[in-house]
Design a binder for this molecule. Structure first.
Ligand SMILES: *[C@@H]1O[C@H](CO)[C@@H](O)[C@H](O)[C@H]1NC(C)=O
Ligand SMILES: *[C@@H]1O[C@H](CO)[C@@H](O)[C@H](O)[C@H]1NC(C)=O
Ligand SMILES: *[C@@H]1O[C@H](CO)[C@@H](O)[C@H](O)[C@H]1NC(C)=O
Ligand SMILES: *[C@@H]1O[C@H](CO)[C@@H](O)[C@H](O)[C@H]1NC(C)=O
Ligand SMILES: *[C@@H]1O[C@H](CO)[C@@H](O)[C@H](O)[C@H]1NC(C)=O
Length: 195
């Protein structure tokens, strides 16, 4: 039989575990240097952003028509510039001798794929691999003007549940493309809790 006090302390220990877990998960967001990226909108509920032949795709099933490879990646801010994010394969099945950087083309009028380059000298005209930051858990881009933008759009492909991640500089309507929010938070926890 539990005494009143041991019952109470059991509750308190329980609370401590809960709050420690809560604090732990908050801490994780601010201290983790490596993160995955996930896309969200009304119809896309946290699908991974992955590498496919130097282009950023959104989805689980890899594109069937790639020449080289597709792989899930995690990102690490560079120590020399924390707004430049290096991508690493999230599996030991793939090894890269170089570390590609995420880039966008923020040039006015551009509606270009978000991509990866092994070297900033490989950047397409107008593109940049610097200026990424988090606003809460959402990815933003801050250019020289100082304004923070999130102009990520998902362009559907011929393949079901597969999109190309793009940056829509002017935010104008672009065919079947839709705006997405890119976050470091995976959807897994919510899914598990609802199941
Ligand atoms: C990376 O792999 C780990 C372990 O398999 C997994 O938990 C995580 O969701 C993966 N992240 C991405 C971005 O694929
Ligand atoms: C969500 O999907 C529905 C049905 O396909 C479509 O009509 C709607 O435009 C989509 N919305 C977004 C934000 O993708
Ligand atoms: C980066 O270099 C690796 C070889 O180290 C190559 O396999 C990969 O395709 C290159 N990626 C890009 C985006 O150029
Ligand atoms: C990325 O990880 C997800 C979840 O583990 C998996 O379903 C998907 O096939 C992976 N994508 C690639 C390109 O390997
Ligand atoms: C590969 O397939 C995707 C999805 O169907 C399509 O959007 C893209 O244009 C194709 N790329 C090439 C090089 O054929």
């Amino acid at each position: 039989m539990f005494s009143k006090s041991s019952f109470l302390s059991a509750i308190l220990i329980g609370l401590e575990i809960v709050s420690a877990a809560a604090i732990g998960s908050v801490k994780r967001q601010t201290t983790d240097t490596t993160f995955g990226l996930y896309a969200y909108n009304k119809n896309i509920s946290g699908l991974p952003v992955f590498y496919g032949d130097g282009i950023a795709y959104i989805g689980n099933a890899p594109p069937v028509n790639l020449t080289y490879e597709s792989v899930n990646v995690t990102f690490t801010p560079q120590t020399s510039d924390s707004s430049t994010w290096a991508a690493k394969p999230n599996t030991t099945d793939v090894t890269w001798s170089t570390t590609p950087f995420l880039y966008i083309n923020p040039t006015s009028g551009a509606f270009d794929s978000v991509g990866f380059v092994n070297s900033t000298s490989d950047l397409p005209t107008g593109a940049t691999a610097s200026g990424f930051l988090f606003y809460g858990q959402s990815v933003m881009y801050q250019g020289s003007s100082g304004s923070m933008d999130a102009k990520f759009w998902a362009e559907p492909t011929d393949q079901k549940d597969l999109w190309v991640l793009k940056w829509n500089s002017d935010g104008t309507s672009q065919g079947q493309s839709v705006p997405v929010v890119i976050k470091s938070t995976p959807p897994t926890t919510i899914t598990r809790m609802m199941n």
